[in-house]
Design a protein around this ligand. Sequence first.
Ligand code: SF4
Length: 475
Amino acid sequence: MLKNVYKCYKITMFWEEIELIIYSDEYTKKVKNEIGGKNYKYNINTFGCELNINDSEKISGMLEDMGFLRTDDYNEANIIIFNTCCVRENAEERLFGKLGEIKRLNEENGTIVAIGGCMMQEPVMVEKLKKSYKYVDIIFGTHTIQNLPENIYKALIERKKVKDVIDIDGEIVEGIPVKRNDKYKASVTIMYGCNKFCTYCIVPYVRGRERSRAPETIISEIEELSKEGYKEITLLGQNVNSYVGNDKVRNFAELLDEVAKIKGIEIIRFESPYPSEFKDDVIDVMARNKNISRVIHMPLQAGNNKVLKEMNRRYTKEEFLDLVDRVKRKIPEAVFSTDIIVGFPGETDEEFEDTLDIVRRVDFEQIYMYIYSKREGTIAAKRVDQVPEDIKHKRFDRLKELYDARVDEINNRYIGTIQEILIEGPSKNNKNMLTGRTDSNKVVVFKPNEKKTKGDLVKVKILSNHKWYLEGEII
Ligand code: SF4
């Protein structure tokens, strides 16, 4: 049963029935009445992927509507929020490390501590918090973000402990206010959940089944963003190309085509697509719309067919290479980035060689490398043939060496080219220079030009390669 469903509709999206919940501001007003004019502040800490970052923008939107002001210093916050991730083990360590630090604030100042996100969908984590971190005031899951105003009211005004976690396949909540982190780039979630059940991954258990937002809602959100001056949009989902629309905009390719027509949006990205669902219709839409980024993040995970099968990835090495070829034939300037997991249970040295082989062949611009770590509740975690830590680390180092050796070669290809770059602001390391990213996500620094400022799209000629960034000049 859903708790606190304010308005609830059943809508039919092709063959699926999805519960649509419209956000209510009833408790937002109640909290605002209580804290209005008192200069209450919130501090938010986000772990994990772009979807979590997008959820945190919604959490911030609700908090600011309630009257809280944002602070980066948790010492001065009245409420501290953690939006957690459970995909990797180190996020847990980081969370518990931080919780130790803020216990004092809770005890001395009555600071409200709220923990939400994927990790709270794991019963073992909730139990751990209730047993060892009793001072935590609010625990909320991935399906109950919209109840935050009510939960804050209970914790802040009624001084109650709140646990609001439900385990359902999912619904869609529309109308949550959003406070975006950036003025020019925005992420828009187009679908939630995952049906793939890769054997190493916890996401399908904590985010529910795949469900897509209505295309009209997505398009009108992006039109609004364009009116507000946003120039770059990233369409988000665990598997964006599993998107299911309606009879007008039927699938991801058609949605992408519609988004590409929205005036004012100059760069469109999407993440992440699933390789075996990356069909020719998406490639065709990309080929004819120049405002769709030519950098494609295509998670490979492993290069060996036996390992891929055991991971429950639904493609082979050969099919992945064929996909890369099909994209390159229609979009020669396309480049790829990827995710790779090293040391999946049972992976042998020979099987790992297949991963190195595909890395050499695809020429990835960027590789996000991960050492396999067990996630309780997944099939792979139960396997008895776990790869010893030292071997996993050796394989990781070999992959990193292979990639690092190629970074210079990849960067040198940019020298002399003209790149279109959205100015992000002053460079962190040199305030006299501006910074931005190439379409393929390379950091570029360049001298300011008095006519161009943050949020402008400029043409930059690349002059030199400094391994982790490129330097250029506005032309
Ligand atoms: S596709 Fe696989 S790795 Fe990606 S979220 Fe779904 S289960 Fe996890």
